[in-house]
Design a protein around this ligand. Structure first.
Ligand code: NAG
Ligand code: NAG
Ligand code: NAG
Ligand code: NAG
Length: 650
């Protein structure tokens, strides 16, 4: 009755203002719930000249009740600034578009009317030809009460309500929600309206698309609701849902649900005992921007094909826990994952987005474990450019363009020195990264070195050269640092040569010519040539040794057996040749097997053991060094010798 009263009040106001000019066109019928209805002589398509004058009349009479026409075509009408003052004219206008007229789309914005007036608008629209009704910015919606809405015989397909502001503080929520819950249309959107609840339709509902974006809906929505059997798309983006399990229960009775958008809620899942129950038909699920952690994988619809878990708190995709055989597209961007997930549970996966996680070194076996993946989006991770990453970079080359955003999105973050370098430009040598390769290379190098040394030793006799060169340098050094050549004054010969008669050919053809070939002139004392007759052999030897700067013994088995006895005796009596004496030069012409040296030759044995002899090289190429060494050993300036250099001594 209050409803009727307010309409009566409005009507009388209306009547006073317009009765004179408008009476012929407008008739009132009290039986029709006191609606103002435009009389029958208005054509349905609004093309009659008379209807054109309608807004003009308002303008003339009272400007502040006028609405604003945003769009006016035969199919589509868009009006703004609907108030309690002009709502009756609006109702009159709308009731003009009966079913069968051409108006399809109605948009009303900036609507400031009370609840009953709004419901009257809805009711009129419901019985008009309008299919798409869009109403936004409804402010000061007050006096909410029960309204008996007649849903029958409508052309309506879709209703969009945007920014509905209810100013009532106390009212029965059901009066409000029942109207919308029972609407017999396919599409309904109620967005940005601080709506805290919605009722389950009281009978099987034709809703196929419900969008409650940006409201305050909670886990209580549609629990145990069996009447949304046709619902295919449900959008609950930006609401206040908290329990993923309750959401799953909500869907479990929606047998046709294929798409669910739960993004930007407060969803968590604690992985408790009660299992989740999702609609089996659900194939696309958006859970982005929630508070879900790893346990979310225990509560996912089995048949989901496309899943977004972007911007949650997932740090690990547990292996072996989930099996989503139909999953083709998985978005895990902006989580806390430290590595690429394997595909053991997602055998059909084709697209994976794992951007903006905490992946330092992605494992390179990804494409092996995920053979069906066509695109991997892994950029904007804090990549650590090190050896381990080489394999991943190699992966991009092998995979043939499966890495989305390559190369720009793939940039080194660590170490500091490489920060900002694109992975494409990051190279480390194979050797630096492959330990096995490194070891093998080192081993090979060592082997080559050993082989080279062995070759040099065996074929070129390098140790011999080294020894000879060492001796030569030692001799030179001693000559340099040694006492000034005052001995040279008393010495007559550079060297005394002792040899076996059997080796005389070598001495004459090789030794003497080569020693004398050096710069300066070399005086040699030969025990054959320079012997003083009448003196004993030993006396002669001592004489010769004492007049010579060096003593050269040409050692051979012959020499040891025939000549050495004299010297062994001599060494025994004269300490002249001490152990460290460097005036002794032994030339080993032929190898002397140790058993050939008689046991009593202690000195010879000692000398041989010390290997302080020069070996006569068999190879021609080594001989120049041998001679140089020998010449260096005996080079000294002999004052006395120089005088009679070219004389035959003796
Ligand atoms: C829409 O335009 C038609 C003619 O073009 C006119 O008769 C009618 O009054 C207009 N409707 C509104 C609500 O402005
Ligand atoms: C009416 O609105 C629907 C939905 O927005 C749209 O697809 C259709 O094109 C509109 N029709 C006209 C005539 O503007
Ligand atoms: C609706 O009202 C607001 C302020 O009340 C105004 O800024 C806006 O332009 C209006 N919209 C239309 C379509 O008239
Ligand atoms: C409804 O109106 C809003 C803004 O007024 C617009 O963004 C939206 O596209 C409209 N929807 C339809 C179905 O006309």
């Amino acid at each position: 009755m209050t409803q009727n009263m307010s309409f009566l009040r409005n009507f009388f106001l209306y009547k006073c203002l317009f009765s004179l000019t408008f009476w012929n066109h407008v008739s009132l019928s009290v039986e029709d719930e006191l609606f103002i209805s435009v009389s029958n002589n208005f054509p349905e398509d609004g093309s009659n000249q008379n209807i054109k004058t309608l807004p003009l009349l308002y303008t003339k009479s009272k400007t502040n009740v006028d609405w604003v026409v945003i769009q006016n075509t035969t199919e589509s009408l868009s009006l703004s600034e609907i108030t309690d003052d002009n709502v009756k004219e609006l109702l009159a206008l709308l009731s003009n578009f009966r079913q069968g007229s051409r108006l399809q789309n109605l948009t009303l914005t900036n609507v400031s009317v009370d609840w009953n007036a709004l419901m009257d608008i809805f009711q009129t629209v419901w019985h008009s030809s309008i299919e798409y009704f869009n109403i936004s910015n409804v402010i000061q919606l007050s006096d909410i009460e029960r309204y008996d809405f007649d849903y029958s015989g409508t052309s309506m397909k879709a209703l969009t309500l945007n920014k509905i502001q209810i100013t009532d503080l106390y009212f029965s929520q059901d009066d409000l929600y029942r109207i919308f819950a029972d609407m017999n249309i396919a599409d309904m959107t109620i967005a940005d309206s601080e709506m805290i609840h919605m009722l389950c339709p009281s009978s099987k509902s034709p809703f196929r698309y419900l969008n409650f974006l940006k409201n305050d809906l909670t886990d209580f929505l549609f629990q145990k609701c069996d009447n949304l059997l046709q619902l295919e798309t449900l959008i609950l983006h930006k609401n206040k849902f908290e329990s993923l399990r309750k959401v799953s229960f909500m869907t479990s009775r929606m047998k046709s649900l294929t798409y669910l958008d739960m993004s930007n809620n407060l969803l968590r899942h604690d992985g408790a005992d009660v299992r989740c129950q999702w609609a089996e038909s659900l194939s696309e699920l958006d859970l982005s921007s929630n508070q879900l952690a790893d346990a979310v994988f225990e509560c996912l619809p089995v048949n989901v094909k496309k899943l977004s878990l972007q911007n949650n708190q997932i740090s690990n995709v547990p292996r072996g826990m989930v099996e989503l055989k139909s999953l083709e597209e998985l978005n895990l961007a902006s989580n806390r994952l430290a590595d690429l997930p394997g595909c053991s549970g997602f055998t059909s996966l084709q697209f994976l987005n794992i951007e903006m996680n905490l992946i330092l070194t992605p494992s390179a076996d990804f494409f092996q474990s995920c053979p069906r993946v066509r695109e991997l989006q892994a950029g904007h991770n804090p990549f650590k450019c090190s050896c381990e990453l080489q394999a991943f970079i190699g992966l991009e080359r092998q995979s043939g363009g499966k890495l989305f955003g390559w190369p720009a999105a793939y940039v080194c973050e660590y170490p500091e020195g490489s920060r900002g370098t694109e992975l494409k430009d990051f190279h480390l040598s194979q050797l630096a990264c492959n330990t096995t390769l490194l070891l093998v290379t080192a081993l090979l190098l060592t082997l080559v070195l050993v082989a080279a040394v062995a070759f040099l030793c065996i074929y070129l006799d390098v140790p011999w050269y080294v020894r000879m060169t060492w001796q030569w340098t030692q001799t030179k050094r001693r000559a340099w640092h040694g006492p000034p050549g005052d001995q040279g004054l008393v010495l007559q010969f550079h060297a005394f040569i002792s040899y076996s008669e059997r080796d005389s050919l070598w001495v004459k053809n090789e030794l003497i010519p080569n020693l004398e070939k050096g710069e300066g002139c070399v005086q040699l004392c030969q025990h054959e040539r320079n012997f003083v007759p009448g003196k004993s052999i030993v006396e002669n030897i001592i004489n010769c040794i004492e007049k010579s700067y060096k003593s050269i013994f040409v050692l051979s088995p012959n020499f040891v057996q025939s000549e050495w006895c004299h010297y062994e005796l001599y060494f025994a009596h004269h300490k002249l040749f001490s152990e460290n004496s460097n005036s002794l030069i032994l030339i080993l012409l032929e190898p002397i097997p140790p058993y050939l040296i008689p046991a009593r030759y202690h000195k010879l044995k000692a000398l041989m053991a010390k290997r302080t002899y020069l070996e006569w090289p068999k190879e021609r190429s080594k001989r120049p060094l041998f001679w140089a060494n020998l010449r260096a050993a005996i080079s000294i300036n002999l004052a006395k010798a120089d005088e009679n250099c070219y004389e035959d001594v003796g």
